[in-house]
Design a protein around this ligand. Structure first.
Ligand SMILES: Nc1ncnc2c1ncn2[C@@H]1O[C@H](COP(=O)(O)OP(=O)(O)O)[C@@H](O)[C@H]1O
Ligand SMILES: [Mg+2]
Length: 264
């Protein structure tokens, strides 16, 4: 795939792009190169998965996109639908919830911090949005529970709801379901598909689960390691929302198999 032309301000030239990583390379100190010329674009409303072996630089790439890490060379440019600098949210593999806050307060936490940023016009509007997110993520019944009173799967729902509460232009998910058991994971994949659909989120999902990548995304960047680079971009040409039937379809299995072969 080709990287988009960047204009002089460094904003993606094409307004339909939420994000463009252009030949991003990363090397820490004198260590081996971690990423080499990784290019990736994400359109508004598009959901792109990144799969690749452990250590190929997936987390590093997300951190560069988020601005937590500086690339050695190359550029990442982002834009919201309105053309302003976009808001990003990051969901980590482990739920990083505040143990002394209830589920509801954990979801509201990110928004409370940014209350001055005009995400919500009033406390009431914010509280309504939090209530909507609790409903959307199946957490309404658990709103007054504390994190240690709910399961790992429920904790990850809180994490996703919290990330969505800031109304991100781009949602970055770093193996959000990896720590969960297989059944919980499958169930959550279906819910995540529905949530993405309802919120219309633009996002990037890092996962080492090829099946999960196929199930949830519009396109998949398949990475290779040492140094981390993009091996292929695979289109997942199936309409969203994805159904539980799609999760076990032969079409999905075929795509999964093709990507598996690339990785092995
Ligand atoms: N801050 C850092 N300093 C030095 N090396 C790092 C740093 N962050 C990541 N790495 C190295 O970069 C490589 C890729 O790591 P990572 O991005 O976490 O891979 P992945 O998420 O694909 O498993 C690993 O070898 C890791 O040790
Ligand atoms: Mg990682």
């Amino acid at each position: 795939m080709t990287s988009p032309m960047l204009d002089r301000q460094g904003a993606p030239a094409a307004p339909h792009l939420a994000l463009a990583a252009d030949r991003v390379s990363e090397q820490f100190g004198a260590g081996a190169p971690v990423l080499e010329n990784v290019s990736l674009t994400v359109e508004h409303g598009e959901f792109v998965a990144i799969v690749g072996p452990s250590g190929c630089g997936k987390t590093t790439l997300l951190r560069i996109i988020q601005g937590l890490e500086a690339a050695t060379s190359g550029a990442v440019t982002t834009r919201s639908r309105t053309g302003e600098a976009p808001r990003m949210s990051y969901v980590f593999q482990r739920a990083s919830l505040l143990p002394w806050y209830t589920v509801r307060d954990n979801v509201a936490f990110g928004v409370t911090l940014r209350a001055g940023n005009g995400i919500y016009g009033s406390k009431r509007e914010r509280d309504n949005a939090v209530a909507d997110l609790l409903a959307l993520t199946g957490l309404t019944k658990y709103a007054d529970f504390y994190p240690d009173q709910i399961s790992g799967g429920m904790q990850q729902r809180v994490n996703v709801a919290r990330a969505l509460a800031v109304r991100p232009d781009v949602l970055l998910l770093d193996e959000p379901l990896s720590a969960l058991d297989a059944l919980t994971r499958e169930r959550l994949q279906i819910d995540v598909a529905r949530i993405l659909e309802q919120v219309g989120t633009t996002g990037i999902l890092v996962t080492h689960d090829i099946r999960e990548a196929v199930f949830l995304s519009d396109r998949i960047a398949v990475m290779a390691a040492h140094p981390g680079r993009t091996r292929a971009i695979v289109d997942v040409d199936f309409p969203r929302p994805r159904t539980p039937e799609f999760q076990h379809s032969t079409e999905l299995a075929q795509l999964e198999r093709g990507i598996w072969e690339m990785l092995h």
